[in-house]
Design a protein around this ligand. Structure first.
Ligand SMILES: CCC/C=C/C=C/C(=O)SCCNC(=O)CCNC(=O)[C@H](O)C(C)(C)COP(=O)(O)OP(=O)(O)OC[C@H]1O[C@@H](n2cnc3c(N)ncnc32)[C@H](O)[C@@H]1OP(=O)(O)O
Length: 316
């Protein structure tokens, strides 16, 4: 088993080295103005900060490995988003990547030991364990969708493989003009299994385009990402994108958290249900949520032509 694992690691290591000439030169200058200095303890792959009141910034932070998603990352995201979901001080989340690109997707070195060599005494047990790992990895991005706080993701440079799984679980997608997106799983011999194939068709209107991207692994650049609806805004560079993301997050954070979180939960529900089911769900939702004091406060501010930013809403 050990020999097999070592061989696999060797093959992947040599593939990474051999292909380097085909990849972008590693000394390309990028602006990382908003980047933090390192991961936030206890995390080793994420840097967490509060750039403005009520906004949490989650930065993928393994820049020297192009934010490749290693074993730690897959569980740290779950812990991080569970904490954010329970944090009444946070109303909106911004996700971005440190360094040259957003993310290179799954860590191919870790994949060799973690996914390709599952433990178990026979086929049934190996399969059982592999299934457990896959569902655990699915949770890494499902937590983003399950978190009631809206998540704005800001992509610069490459967003590869697992990166597409991640961003399709977010609520609002922004990117820089130099961004590109690639559903690379078929290139490494797997069918994408942590969300892209399931969420992307609900993000992009054209099923044909989704199929083409997933089956050919071709890169999609910023302009096409915008015209297809994958992202809602394209910015000239990372600095202006981060400023734009924070401004947008500020707009959302200024509004009633009861209204905002209820909106996210009902948008996600409506995506996966019929109109009739969605209407039924929100009727039940709002029979309690309409009783919030936030409605009176917000309506009064609107009547007085005041911005929601002037209203003090209780924590949720
Ligand atoms: C149940 C599982 C579900 C999940 C499935 C997910 C699937 C996927 O994500 S498929 C996609 C896998 N990713 C790739 O194929 C990308 C491979 N990397 C690249 O193509 C290039 O590195 C990239 C274009 C992203 C960046 O090129 P650049 O020239 O800027 O950097 P490099 O010099 O190539 O890399 C810098 C160091 O980072 C290491 N690295 C990059 N990507 C990965 C990766 N995916 N896994 C592990 N390590 C990665 C690279 O080896 C360099 O390390 P070092 O040699 O130590 O400096």
């Amino acid at each position: 088993m050990y020999v097999q694992r070592a061989m696999l690691s060797g093959i992947i290591r040599s593939a990474l080295t051999k292909n380097r000439g085909l990849w972008l030169p590693s000394q390309v200058m990028v602006r990382t103005m908003s980047s933090s200095s390192g991961p936030t303890s206890p995390y080793t792959t994420l840097s967490i900060s509060r750039p403005t009141e009520r906004v949490t910034h989650v930065e993928l932070h393994r820049p020297e490995k192009r934010n490749a998603m290693n074993k730690a990352f897959w569980s740290e995201m779950v812990d991080c988003f569970n904490e954010i979901a329970a944090d009444p001080e946070c109303r909106v989340v911004v996700v971005s990547g440190a360094g040259k690109i957003f993310t290179a997707g799954i860590d191919l070195m870790d994949m060799a030991s973690n996914l390709l060599q599952p433990e178990g005494d026979d086929t049934a047990r190996v399969s059982w364990n592999l299934r457990k790992t896959i569902t655990k990895y699915q949770e890494t991005f499902s937590v983003i969708e399950k978190c009631s706080k809206p998540v704005v993701v800001a992509v610069h440079g490459a967003c590869i493989g697992g990166g597409v799984d991640l961003i399709t679980a977010c609520d609002i997608r922004l990117c820089t003009q130099d961004a590109w997106f690639q559903i690379k799983e078929v290139d490494i011999g797997i069918a994408a299994d942590v969300g892209t194939l399931h969420r992307l068709p609900k993000v992009i209107g054209s099923r044909s385009l989704v199929n083409e991207l997933a089956l050919t692994a071709r890169k999609m650049y910023a302009d096409e990402a915008k015209s297809s609806g994958l992202v809602s805004r394209v910015f000239a560079d990372k600095e202006t994108m981060m400023a734009g993301a924070l401004e947008m997050a500020g707009e959302i954070a200024a509004r009633s958290p009861v209204a905002v979180q209820g909106t996210k939960i009902n948008l996600v529900y409506a995506r996966d249900h019929s109109v009739a089911e969605g209407l039924d769900y929100i009727a039940t939702w709002n029979m309690s949520m309409l009783q919030t004091q936030d409605v009176m406060k917000s309506a009064q501010a609107a009547m007085e032509r005041k911005s929601p930013k002037t209203v003090a809403f209780s924590k949720l």
